[in-house]
Design a protein around this ligand. Sequence first.
Ligand SMILES: Cc1ncc(COP(=O)(O)O)c(C=O)c1O
Length: 379
Amino acid sequence: MAKLTRRYLDYNASTPLHPCLDRKWPQFAKAFANPSSLHESGRVAREAIESARETIASFISASPEQLVFTSSASEANNQVIQWVFDHHGPDAHVIISGLEHSSIREPVSYIQSQGVQVSIIEPDTQGRICVDDIAAAITDQTRLISVIWANNEIGTIQPIPEILALAQKNNIPFHTDAVQWLGKYEINLQTLDVDFMTLSGHKCYAPKGVGALYAKDPIGLTPFIRGGNHERGLRSGTENTMAIMAFAEVLAHTDPSALEAHIRPLKSQLVDQLSERISDYYLVGNQSHCLYNTLAFGIQGVDAQALAMNMDLLGIDIATGSACSSGATEPAHSIKAIRLPKSQQNEVVRLSLGQFTTAEDIEMSLAALSQSADQIRHA
Ligand SMILES: Cc1ncc(COP(=O)(O)O)c(C=O)c1O
């Protein structure tokens, strides 16, 4: 039997590696030594990390010393939440949005169990957070506001500059999880003066195992992992040198507007033809404030798991919820947060496009969606 050409439409879960890395690995491998070692080989690794830090910092218009390398965005998110508790203890009040990734929600729920007051600002039914709702939740004890820039499950984009202005007016530190934003849009921390920002490599064509936490004032940060005094004492554990080098190399080759110019028309093709090919579908999330690569939708009467399985058999990778919690049969957190009717909660699938998506991928996916939906409806 001929092998299926797989079509990958799950870029929000993870991306393929950027081709600029293909020839770089032998060079990266030369920085194999422990970057904390004082000998020449150690110094080569140290220089490679510091040069990567400069490249990544410059991509977001930050200073290199404001970046702490972590193993993942999940770790960076945990570090920010732990920082609030370390600094302010159980008297603190924290505000987060109802659309946060579990790596914000779960540590917040942990510090809540330790006494911290928490306000969760739920989005409207289109997946947008209202700045006035955050304003109304602020108290004298509020020590952090954390709002995800763009949601991974439904793709909605939050009014981060407005929320930041509100936080600044009230002297409250502000954190944003920019994992799904990085690489797709510009980030300029000279104009967007957030206190903390979370980044991840594997959502923007770099390898897994590397993330970063931007901290405006890293001196105030506390370590989440202690033990080796790496990253100026802010994150122990020998640095993942090759992944860090690759992260920088990829960002040096990233042009967000070129990526947008490639992907936006493909999403339009998908949206336009969905209405021609599929009856009784509905889009999920505010399309005027949505990542240009993400489309979440449901098809009336078609179970999302069954649809994704059918698509899988036809060679197409799509998601039904957050890949970070794959295996879970519960509707994705954001789907519940936007209060989609119960009957639709298990119908939502997510297609997320990327650098290597082609018009043919979209065409084949639409054909497969239509065929699968018919089969499931008539089963
Ligand atoms: C918005 C967002 N934040 C955080 C994470 C966690 O990223 P990592 O896999 O680097 O821990 C993800 C992963 O899906 C995400 O989409």
